[in-house]
Write a protein that binds this ligand. Structure first.
Ligand code: PMP
Length: 432
């Protein structure tokens, strides 16, 4: 594969951009390669600056559930942009967007738009602290909730991949307000509540974890969290930045039938433009400025071009009753094909595949992956060999063992077949 132009751009980028990229995992460090620079995308495919074509399983890290450059979304963006790109004043599109979100996400009555998942989680936690008049927050080891100070404690994928679980620059006093429990382990949560009586403002969780690789909740775990929070006067925050509009039109909360108090959203909600949101119970959201005293603001929040992309994406999600069934079927076929390829390569029992709907991770570990510790037992060197072989064969996977792959509605049998064929070779090389 010729990557001359990508390599030259990366050399140049490293002079002017930290590590040559604007978000760490893009640098491919964990898989021992230079990143490829992308030029364009359509449907399930990406093309790099050297003209190589890839089947894309990153989907911009989640947003592109309809595939790249969906004609309806592009048209909506173009139409909105032609009428002005930002007003700093309310628009009709924001009202429509709030209505759509409230219709789709079961627990959201009132919602505030922001510009990223990080802003959403940061603001939701501020609100939870204000509402409960308590300061501690519980998160789970290996879950990532964006890069706000309070969350850079045992924070999953990006930080984990770089080997810096806690970032310098986060004040000790801020980190001390974040307590960490073990995912899929209710006793670890109960113990923290017991040791910090009437001090826990909220439990924040990725209901299906994407940020230590795909780790679904075991039966009863989310129900247990709901009960513990209710019993102790703490708020339950579902961070559905990744799972929102991905696992179902109403996110993980609809799939598992759990009602969190607050929900954070991102990725798909912006249809590929920078959007996040947080919302939930009306009585809690009433505390957000200017209706209440909890300050949170944004120059570009509810931006008309971003709202147009998000609104069109969510409208398609709402109207297309077969969407999630097709995503499930395609990803199930991919999982089945990968398991067969694994068997053919003599790798049975040495790899664990976790999947929830259209999120999936191939873990290089023979043991079940159900929490951070079991994710960490993976053989990342073998994953690196697998990743590089897949890339060379035109399959673009997340460049980290600790990320979920995503499929879109533009992926179909042809892409699945090509991916499985590539995996036969990649498994053989990586498990040698
Ligand atoms: N929460 C979760 C669950 C995420 O996966 C991410 C991003 N991967 C974030 C929050 C942060 O979102 P953003 O990158 O848009 O700030």
């Amino acid at each position: 594969m010729n990557t001359e132009r990508s390599d030259a751009l990366f050399t140049q980028a490293r002079q002017r951009i930290p590590g040559g990229v604007n978000s760490p995992v893009r640098a491919f460090r964990a898989v021992g390669r230079n990143p490829v620079f992308m030029q364009r995308a359509a449907g399930a495919y990406l093309w790099d600056v050297d003209g190589n074509r890839y089947i894309d399983y990153i989907g911009s890290w989640g947003p592109m559930i309809l595939g790249h450059a969906h004609p309806r979304v592009i048209e909506a963006i173009t139409r909105a942009a032609s009428q002005g790109t930002s007003f700093g004043a309310p628009t009709e599109a924001e009202v429509a967007m709030a209505e759509l979100i409230a219709q789709l996400v079961p627990s959201i009555d009132v919602v505030r738009m922001v510009n990223s998942g990080t802003e959403a989680t940061m603001s939701a936690v501020r609100l939870a602290r204000a509402f409960t008049k308590r300061e501690h927050v519980i998160k789970f080891e290996g879950c990532y909730h964006g890069h706000a100070d309070a969350f850079l404690v045992k924070a999953g994928s990006g930080a984990m991949t770089l080997g810096i679980p806690d970032s310098p620059g986060v004040p000790q006093a801020v980190a001390a307000g974040t307590l960490t429990a073990t995912f899929n382990n209710l006793p670890s949560v109960r113990a923290l509540f017991e040791a910090n009586k009437e001090q826990i403002a909220a439990v924040i969780v990725e209901p299906v974890v994407g940020n230590m690789g795909c780790v679904p909740p075991e039966a009863g775990f989310l129900e247990g969290l709901r009960q513990i929070c209710t019993d102790n006067g703490a708020l339950l925050i579902f961070d559905e930045v990744m799972t929102g509009f991905r696992l179902s039109a109403g996110g993980a909360q609809q799939l598992y039938g759990i009602r969190p108090d607050l929900t954070t959203l991102g990725k798909i909600i912006g249809g590929g433009l920078p959007v996040g949101a947080y919302g939930g119970r009306a009585d809690i959201m009433a505390m957000v400025a200017p209706s209440g005293p909890v300050y949170q603001a944004g120059t570009l929040s509810g931006n008309p071009v971003a709202m147009a992309a998000g609104r069109e994406t969510l409208t398609i999600v709402k109207e297309d009753a077969g969407l999630y069934g097709r995503l499930e079927a395609t990803c199930a076929a991919l999982e089945k094909g990968l398991r067969e390829a694994l068997k053919d390569s003599g790798g049975d029992g040495r790899v664990t595949i976790n999947r929830a709907g259209s999120m999936m991770t191939v873990f290089f570990s023979g043991s079940p992956v159900r929490d951070f510790a079991s994710a960490m037992s993976c053989d990342t060197a073998r994953f690196g060999v697998f990743f590089r072989s897949m890339l060379d064969q035109g399959v673009y996977l997340p460049p980290s063992q600790f990320e979920a792959a995503f499929i879109s509605s533009a992926h179909g049998p042809a892409e699945v077949e090509q991916t499985v064929d590539a995996a036969r070779t990649a498994f053989r090389l990586s498990l040698a």
